[in-house]
Write a protein that binds this ligand. Sequence first.
Ligand code: CS2
Length: 487
Amino acid sequence: MTRLSRARIDALQAHLLSPEWRAPEIGIVHLGIGNFHRAHQALYTEEAMLARGGDWGICGVTLQGDVTKRNALMAQDGLYSVVERGPDGVRVTVARALCEVLAMPADRASLFELLANARVRIVSLTVTEKGYCRDAKTGDADFSNEGVIRDLAQPEEPSTVPGILTTALKARLDANVSPFTVLSCDNLSHNGAALKQVVVSYAARLDKELAAWIYAEVSFPSTMVDRIVPATTDADREAARDALGFIDEAPVPCEPFRQWVIEDRFPAGRPAWEVAGAQLVEEVGPFEIAKLRMLNATHSTLAYLSMLAGFETISDAIGHAPLRQLIHAMMTEEIAPTLNVPASFNLLAYRDALLERYANPALKHRCAQIAMDGSQKMPPRILSTIDARLRSGEPFERLALGVAAWFLFLRGTAEDGTRYAVSDPYAEQLTQLASSAQDAEHLVDAMLGVPDVFPASLAASSALRDALVRAACSLERGTRGAIEGYA
Ligand code: CS2
């Protein structure tokens, strides 16, 4: 069978968003060309170009030295299928906005050449929480991060996100080219503002004038992105091949639902994303926090409880009635009351829609995937809500159960004795602490002592400590029993 390619596009008409297509020039460089971007912003951008034109072709960049991914996508001229898996069946669409893929560090020279070009008006990012190299305590760049230290010593050859953005912006300032807009699309609270502080603080170590220019002239709008996009499996490659009649080595599975809320601050212009359903707003904060606290928090809680209890996917987990009840109660009683959303945002309908999305049996979103990088995910997803509950003096037992489940997960062993790997930038430290604690109380105390995760105010809270110890003790007696007890 032949490989997917632009030369064969005529044979793929049934799988295109529209028969029309005018090859665009590159206007967006996207850092972190993982599955999420390809099933989300890349489709909104294609639809915007189909409806309104514009040169918004995307150059995707992998920052992990992953030439295999670059080669697989480039062997297909940037084409790939989006395998949308709904409860009623599969829909395969061939996406076309991705025009080029570069791999760092191999393609560094090409990347910087492109970033210096005025036709690149947006640099967007999905690099996961840890990609920001952000010091959780100060919000500045993490100057103890090895990559940051290396980049500051060799700013001409950067490999971190703050390093790449700063060097690229400096080249534009030096050449008198107006800056691109920097669009963070990761699950961080106030992601635009957070990234701006990281970049400005990093740049200030190199050149105060540059930092002042970035601060004053570069726009960092915040966004809330949402679509559940699992890792690709052989089943997705087969589904793409069966539907298209071509081999696709890089398909992306996803759910039918998608949402994108964006702060409309793009001085250098942007695609008409609104025609594809994106919501362009003045203030994205309330949407972002609602999504992090309702969706991502319950995702993480489901993932850690499932890793202990042995549920493989989110739909398996939510199919367990007591766990569904626990998640329902957690959202209704402990999370929703902390949210301050516009009157038109119905939180209970949002909750019900989330539960329905989780139950999608076709998606097979693996809990092990969500369980990665807990040290980065816990603070914005769950700890910020616990903080709000502590301040208002209200209970947060179920949220504490989610955090305690993460602590036990870090021991690397499921309840039935199955071993699994813990993937986290702090894995070594955290797994060592978790495995050497002799009982639930020591475990909680050791974890509360990790300042990169627990800010001092939370670490000092006896109410939090007590709730975590209760939850950890309950989990040690058996995960399913604990779930029933907290449901
Ligand atoms: C998930 C998210 O992997 C995770 O941690 O919670 O990737 C989640 O699927 C997306 O944010 C949904 O928009």
